[in-house]
Write a protein that binds this ligand. Structure first.
Ligand code: NAI
Length: 343
């Protein structure tokens, strides 16, 4: 298999080199993202490997199909950037459903405690020989209520850490399941009762902007919002308004709804055109990282391992749980459910 890997960073290349050599897969690395303007680079390859901010809309899919590409290998779990209907019967799509839920949950807590205990401020002060503690007061997490939205793999790791802190955990999931010591509640109750809210659900058409001005108005004054899932779960303008009105105590964001042209690149010599992001960055109680929650050695290694295995499985015509459901609407005769190839 000859694979074109888009949006390649140094850390991707080193982890993929190891597994691709072992499994005899040819990978060509492109540092650009896959978009309608760069899709022609995929000509002559058998498959493409992409990440969270590559564009996989209908136009790009049709071009890939025209060039004879047979499969797309996502090296991530989320697939909100993929037009699955456009892919059906044309391009097989694989993902890495889990690579390190711990990495993401631990990063969510790192953001929370950095923001809560003002570690980022303290670090800069001490480097400047300023040993004052004024305005660095945080709160004990012990005994506080944290509301977890989405109790899948990452949500559960987050819950385990929260329990370790002695926090009271409540949760909302569209498909709830019993978790020891955690009360499943309605989303509105979660908004009302939580001191801290952490998002761990996928982004879908249905929950886009689930954090908006109306939901923020239901939250406790001083609430801390953590988002390590997908940016568009939060209406960033409403978040900014909530910060400005002092209703939101702090926001810890690893993702941002307009991140695709900004995150993962060095923009330090550029004037950013995104006013919401500029203002959020300027706020003393907003902490932003550039979609890095996944970035641990363990996760990178697991991503490269599973992605190259997905490539091999596809090449050998093997049925794989990691191939996505195309929502073809053939509910009664769903081939995926019958452990068959969708097409
Ligand atoms: P998962 O599939 O194990 O769990 C997701 C949970 O969300 C499931 O329990 C599901 O029932 C629930 N859910 C689905 N729709 C919902 C809705 N509308 N409202 C509430 N709950 C809903 O997924 P996992 O591995 O825990 O990942 C969660 C999300 O984390 C991913 O979808 C992805 O967007 C994000 N992620 C972010 C990373 C980062 O580096 N920042 C890295 C990996 C994932």
């Amino acid at each position: 298999m000859n694979i074109a890997l888009f949006d390649a960073k140094e850390y991707d290349i080193s982890s993929f080199e190891k597994y691709s050599k072992e499994r005899d897969i040819n990978i060509k690395y492109f540092d650009v993202k896959l978009t309608k303007d760069t899709v022609s680079l995929a000509k002559g390859f058998d498959g493409v490997c992409v990440f969270v901010n590559d564009s996989l809309d209908e136009e790009v899919m049709n071009k890939l199909y025209e060039y004879g590409i047979k499969a797309i290998f996502l090296r991530c779990a989320g697939f909100n950037n993929v037009d699955l209907h456009a892919a059906f019967k044309k391009l097989h799509i694989y993902r890495v459903p889990s690579y390190s839920p711990h990495a993401v949950a631990e990063h969510a807590f790192a953001l929370l405690q950095t923001s809560n205990r003002r570690i980022h401020k303290a670090y800069n002060r001490v480097r400047d020989y300023n040993f004052s503690l004024v305005n660095l007061t945080g709160m004990d997490l012990y005994g506080k209520t944290v509301g977890v939205v989405g109790t899948g793999k990452i949500g559960r790791c987050f819950i385990d850490i929260a329990k370790g802190y002695g926090m009271n955990v409540i949760s909302y999931d569209k498909f709830p399941s019993e978790i020891d010591g955690v009360k499943n509640v309605d989303l509105n109750i979660l908004f009302k009762e939580s001191d801290i809210i952490s998002l761990h659900c996928p982004l879908t058409n249905e929950n886009m902007h689930m954090i908006n001005s109306e939901s923020i108005s239901k939250m406790k004054k001083g609430v801390i919002i953590i988002n390590t899932s997908r940016g568009a779960l939060i209406d960033s303008k409403a978040l900014l308004d909530g910060i400005k009105s002092r209703h939101i105590g702090a926001a810890c964001l690893d993702v941002y709804e307009e991140e695709s042209d900004i995150f993962y690149t060095d923009k330090s010599n550029h004037i950013l055109n995104d006013n919401n992001l500029l203002q959020l960055i300027a706020m003393p109680n907003v902490l932003i990282t550039s979609h890095q929650a996944f970035l641990t050695n363990e996760a990178l290694s697991n991503i490269a391992d599973t992605t190259t295995q997905n490539i091999i499985d596809f090449y050998n015509g093997k049925i794989s749980e990691n191939e996505l459901c195309y929502h073809c609407a053939n509910i009664e005769n769903c081939k995926k459910k019958r452990n068959m190839k969708c097409f």
